[in-house]
Design a protein around this ligand. Structure first.
Ligand code: URA
Length: 434
């Protein structure tokens, strides 16, 4: 087999067989196939696409490049969740204890955030003492006994994806549906759970800006799951405005805690309950949905989910006192209120610009090794559909870098559109796919 022939075949629009796909993935991961040949193949895929079968073969070839997590020592149904990334998306923090309270087991691997979307690992780092670099044995024991634990993503899993993603990133081939679907799903399969709920974000702050693209991505990932025997369900959720009010790591932890207390923003709660329901449906597709939803809501309102989060934090060495007194979370030195110069109704809160504003304040990283300020971020005071008066605060900016406040303030003002008409509230959950 020759890499040249495989590239030519895909360039001419033919379907690659599993051996050809394996040959390219293995050869590239082992350093036998050079960057220029893999880049040429990826560009051919970008233009010619991959059918569903080829996409699944690419996924399994990438999974085989590294270690697969063995969760067999954990009793019960192991479910996972993945978000394609959004602004203010702290659902994982709420969902992990919420789903664990329903008897599901969550062995969650989490990475650091890159760009304007935050990563769960960064948010959890703002909890004093919380450790995610657990030994494999300890991680599995906590999942088995407590119901959930969070571990730092391992470098040994799916090395092919890491290498291919880095190449895609510098050769303008990131935004290809089969490549994104296989990249995400290879990591989920290697994480070892029995099923996965995929939260595919749609809108200005998301990876996929339009609904058609998000739907195609969701369908492709659900199809891969079905082909490899790991059932998946996907939810398409709106990311035109941030989720909740808090954007930035410790601010988001505080908002997640208030949601676990039965309060918190309505949109965040709605999405967590929907994703929790989808996780339960993975386990039991015939369950009574209304009853399950009421059960999830009750788990939040009764404080049971908060108590489960307390158990997880304690088991991972964190200080659970922050749940009773979120003032124990780290705070920025500087704050600045941004006021409205108009009266009317908020029409738009552009999630991308708000995410960029939070990054300017120090909350996100541009490169993967950059340090971030866990306290930095934006606390919105208004959301789409709210009325606003002249001089009323739209948001409060938080940072340890006073010079960043002006620039972030400009981005925030650009993100907000106010008009005299009352806007119909955008739907949060746009679709579900199974
Ligand atoms: N996230 C991933 O993990 N992979 C992609 O290709 C795109 C987003």
């Amino acid at each position: 087999m020759e890499a040249y022939d495989i590239i030519l075949k895909k360039r001419n629009g033919a379907v690659l067989n599993p051996d050809e796909i394996k040959y390219m993935v293995r050869g590239y991961t082992e350093g036998i196939i050079p960057d220029y040949q893999m880049a040429a193949l990826l560009m051919a895929v970008y233009y010619q696409g991959l059918d569903m079968e080829e996409t699944a073969h690419l996924t399994t070839a990438m999974v085989s490049s590294g270690e697969v997590m063995d969760l067999s020592s954990i009793a019960g149904k192991k479910v996972d969740k993945h978000s394609t990334g959004g602004v203010g998306d702290k659902t994982t923090l709420v969902l992990i204890p919420l789903a664990a309270c329903q008897g599901l087991k969550l062995a969650k691997l989490s990475g650091r955030g890159l760009g304007h979307t935050g990563g769960t690992a960064d948010k959890l780092r703002s909890i004093p003492g919380f450790k995610m670099d657990l030994s494999r044995g300890k991680f599995l024991r906590i999942v088995d006994s407590v119901g959930a634990a969070i571990l730092t993503q391992s470098e040994e899993m799916v090395p092919a994806d890491k290498k291919i993603y880095e190449l895609r990133d510098v050769t303008a081939v990131v935004d290809s549906i089969p490549l994104i679907a296989s990249s995400i799903m290879s990591k989920k399969i290697a994480s070892g759970s029995d099923g996965v709920v995929l939260d595919v974000k749609v809108g200005s702050g998301a990876f996929t800006k339009d609904r058609e693209g998000a739907l195609a991505l969701a369908e492709s990932m659900v199809d891969i799951g079905a082909r490899v025997g790991m059932p998946c369900r996907a939810v398409l959720s709106n990311m035109d405005q941030p989720l909740g009010y808090a954007v930035g790591n410790s601010l988001e932890v505080e908002e997640a805690i208030s949601t676990l207390r039965g309060g918190g923003p309505a949109d965040l709660r709605e999405l967590c309950v929907e994703l929790g329901l989808q996780m339960m449906l993975l386990h039991d597709p015939d369950l009574d949905r209304d009853r399950a939803k009421r059960g999830l809501e009750d788990t939040l309102d009764s404080g049971k989910a908060l108590e489960k989060f307390r158990e997880i934090i304690s088991a991972q060495g964190g200080d659970p006192k922050i749940l009773d007194d979120p003032l124990g979370l780290p705070k920025s030195k500087y704050c600045m209120e941004i006021h409205s110069s108009q009266r009317g109704y908020v029409q738009e809160m552009d999630a991308l610009k708000i995410g960029q504003g939070a990054m300017a304040l120090g909350a996100g990283r541009k490169t993967k090794d950059q340090d971030i300020d866990l306290t930095a971020g934006i606390m919105l005071k208004k959301k789409v559909g709210d009325s606003v008066e002249i001089g009323e605060p739209l948001a409060v900016l938080h940072s340890n870098n006073p010079e960043a406040l002006e620039m972030a303030g400009r981005l925030l003002l650009q993100a907000v559109t106010i008009s005299t008409e009352l806007r119909k509230m955008p739907r949060l959950v746009l679709d579900t796919i199974q």
